[in-house]
Design a protein around this ligand. Structure first.
Ligand SMILES: Cc1cc2nc3c(=O)[nH]c(=O)nc-3n(C[C@H](O)[C@H](O)[C@H](O)COP(=O)(O)O)c2cc1C
Length: 147
């Protein structure tokens, strides 16, 4: 799930999606504005990709998702949070940090990733590691749930 104004975060979301598809059989790829938060509990994994706004704030369109995760019982949802930002701003990728802190408390947070503006070739490896961390966490959850 992603939010993007000028395309950097959408590019990052596509890279992550490509990597996750190699690790997870069935995925949906949606802009956050098009996602019904009532469906969150139907998913095993939720990956959020966001830009930052204001002074390291969440984009307005991400607030509904943030609050829904905070309020719903999603303690076995495996999550990952990634984002793009600009180091010129004092709070680089602040929205990633805000999500990270909330997801750590309310879900099974597997991984975080911050990328400077548009993703570069060197970020592809980071996206691959991001997907690996998600897959590892899902496998661990499966083992734990069997015990
Ligand atoms: C008004 C404004 C405020 C921003 N505030 C921040 C910020 O606080 N922290 C940060 O890391 N980036 C900030 N950015 C940079 C964007 O998050 C960055 O350019 C991002 O890659 C945009 O993603 P998008 O192309 O998907 O829209 C800001 C950009 C604008 C225009």
């Amino acid at each position: 799930m992603y939010a993007s104004r000028t395309g950097n975060t959408e590019q990052l979301a596509h890279l992550i999606k490509k990597e996750i598809e190699g690790a997870v059989p069935e995925t949906d790829f949606v802009r956050v504005e098009d996602f019904h938060t009532d469906l969150l509990s139907a998913y095993q994994i939720c990956v959020i990709v966001t830009y930052s706004w204001g002074n390291g704030e969440l984009p307005r369109e991400m607030v509904r998702l943030y609050e829904a995760i905070e309020q719903q019982p999603l303690s076995s949802l495996v999550t990952g949070i990634a984002g793009t930002g600009d180091q010129c701003y004092p709070y680089f990728c602040g929205a990633v940090d805000r999500f990270r802190d909330m997801l750590y408390v309310h879900t099974v947070l597997a991984v975080t990733l911050k990328v400077e503006l548009a993703p570069q070739q060197s970020d592809a490896r980071k996206c691959s590691l991001f997907a690996e961390k998600i897959a590892e966490k899902i496998n661990r959850q499966r083992v734990l749930n069997k015990v």
